[in-house]
Design a protein around this ligand. Structure first.
Ligand code: NAI
Ligand code: MG
Length: 501
């Protein structure tokens, strides 16, 4: 009998559903099936694959509410956040459906020099056969599908291993692929870490989103198998608020950026640096805004802003960061503790914090906003860069040019100036974590689909004499002629071209 994973609602602890805890053998045989079906999928034209993805997009839109409710049941998100993900995936489908063919079109570069003048050169993008996508619990639909879409369009088969905490909506969304009658090249396996490890052991490319700790384990295993991986890991995103910032926008951006999805976003605002002249004012307005937020999980009524944390582990991390900070002299101006039922944690604004505290250096992944006063932009930049992570950051100032020049000095893969999460929607730009935040990137226009391909060089001869001059046999006459000829075309001055003294 297969073991089962019972999925519980973080909002009320009720049972939301169950999925099998699949063994390594089951994962391996699922991957083998996907591999067997891949060549026929790759053999379709790009337009034919686009046809399936467009039908799938329509299925997602037709089932949006049902998927939203299921997602909500296992994540504890308020309705406003439970319905974030389908539109995002739809945008990704539309983008790669429209541009992907051009991004992976075969290229025929011209010969770069005389020696290869008679060769026809082609560069062909051929997909990896099976792409494994391993995902966390914070955005179970978007993170599973956003990478699967370009991989499928490239012609790969895709297997997704969702988080054991939120497997229901991912599994249901992938069932939609079969429901529309699409070729069997998109599958879902479920289980704990070992099921993820079995994906790494059987796939040809691994796309992982999750913790830096697990990312390193996956990277090591991928290295042993000599397969590439793309790791989208944690962050400790800094927000830099300069004295001339549009204050209300910065405050609203900070509150949403830190508390959206209960702070369980890799790109959450995890720490805020505010220039001294506006510090008091900024903090006062943040506290006022946070006080207006409603916490809880509604049905479809948009009655709440801040939902639950994904599970007790997550709540324990957040509580530890807050408690330690307070023990070390920080002050909580709001929240600071869990709310009555479920795994809700009250939105927590912390001040008098510094870099000796875990809340400023470790990924919290919760509804906290530690705010630190800085003397000037230089100090803010120095502190923002004082982190093991380098995912993204934001800069707030009315002087856009100055904002961008500060951005260029931050050690982060993406920087938004006067905006929050805007880069997540700019599909032509890469989302790449620097430092401990990952390797590789997602999206980034052509990069986002080429990464799922192996580039193949095909060279064919336009002229086919019996033999080429450099082939056997080697003779003095041929050798001397060849060397003179090569010199003639590669040297860049007369003396060397003609071997003159
Ligand atoms: P995790 O990174 O351990 O889990 C993510 C996925 O990896 C899950 O599907 C899990 O089953 C799978 N997995 C676990 N061990 C594996 C292995 N050895 N080989 C292959 N797959 C494996 O994340 P977890 O424990 O749920 O969250 C821990 C922390 O990760 C959070 O506190 C947060 O700081 C961070 N996190 C970061 C996210 C991001 O978007 N950057 C998302 C979720 C969590
Ligand atoms: Mg946060």
């Amino acid at each position: 009998m297969t073991a089962v994973i019972e999925v519980r609602s973080p909002a009320d602890g009720g049972v939301a559903g169950a999925v099998p805890d699949q063994t390594a053998e089951e994962v391996s045989s699922a991957v083998a099936n996907l591999r067997a079906n891949q060549p026929a999928w790759e053999a379709l034209s790009y337009a034919e694959r686009v046809g399936w993805l467009r039908r799938y997009r329509d299925w997602l839109l037709d089932n949006e509410d049902r998927l939203g409710r299921l997602l909500q049941s296992e994540t504890g998100k308020p309705w406003g956040e439970a319905t974030f993900e389908v539109p995002y995936v739809v945008d990704v489908i539309n983008y790669y459906a429209k541009h992907g063919e051009r991004f992976i079109a075969e290229q025929t570069p011209r010969p770069h020099g005389a020696i290869t003048m008679t060769k026809k050169q082609r560069m062909v993008y051929r997909p990896y056969q099976v792409v494994g996508v391993i995902t966390p619990w914070n955005f179970p639909l978007a993170l599973a599908l956003m990478d699967s879409v370009p991989a499928l369009l490239a012609g790969a088969s895709v297997v997704v291993k969702p988080s054991e905490f939120t497997p229901l909506v991912t599994r249901e969304a992938i069932a939609g692929w079969a429901e529309i009658g699409a070729p069997p090249v998109f599958g879902c396996v479920t289980g704990y870490g070992p099921a993820g490890a079995a994906v790494v052991d059987n796939a040809d490319f691994v796309q992982f989103t999750g913790s830096t700790r697990t990312g390193k384990v996956i990277g090591q295993r991928a290295a042993e198998r000599l397969i590439p991986c793309s790791l989208e890991l944690g962050g400790k995103d800094a927000m830099v608020v300069l004295a001339d910032a549009e204050l209300d926008r910065a405050v609203n951006g900070a509150v949403w950026g830190a508390l959206c999805n209960s702070g369980q976003m890799c790109t959450s605002v995890e720490r805020v640096y505010v220039e001294a002249p506006i510090y008091e004012d900024f903090v006062a307005r943040v506290v006022e805004r946070v006080g207006e937020l409603r916490q809880g999980q509604d049905d479809q009524g948009y009655h709440f802003d801040v939902g639950a944390l994904a599970n007790e582990n997550q709540l324990a991390i957040v509580q530890r960061h807050v408690d330690e900070a307070i023990e070390q002299g920080a002050k909580a101006l709001t929240g600071g503790k869990r709310a009555a039922a479920g795994t809700f944690f009250e939105p927590t604004v912390l001040i008098d914090v510094d870099h000796s505290m875990a809340c400023m250096t470790e990924e919290t992944f919760g509804p906290t906003m530690p705010i630190m006063r800085v003397a000037d932009a230089e100090e803010a930049i120095r502190l923002a860069n004082d982190s093991a992570y380098g995912l993204s950051a934001t800069v707030w100032t009315k002087d856009k040019q100055r904002g961008e020049s500060v951005a260029r000095r931050l050690e982060a893969g993406s920087v938004n100036v006067n905006d929050m999460f805007a880069n997540l929607f700019t599909l032509p730009l890469p989302q790449a974590g620097w430092k401990q935040s990952g390797i590789g990137a997602r999206n980034g226009g052509e990069y986002g689909i080429r990464k799922f391909c192996r580039s193949q060089a095909i060279v064919s001869s336009n002229l086919t004499p019996k033999r080429e001059p450099q082939w056997y046999p080697y003779t003095r006459l041929k050798g001397t002629l060849l060397r003179k000829l090569t010199r003639l075309v590669t040297a860049r001055d007369l003396r060397r071209r003609f071997g003159l003294r």
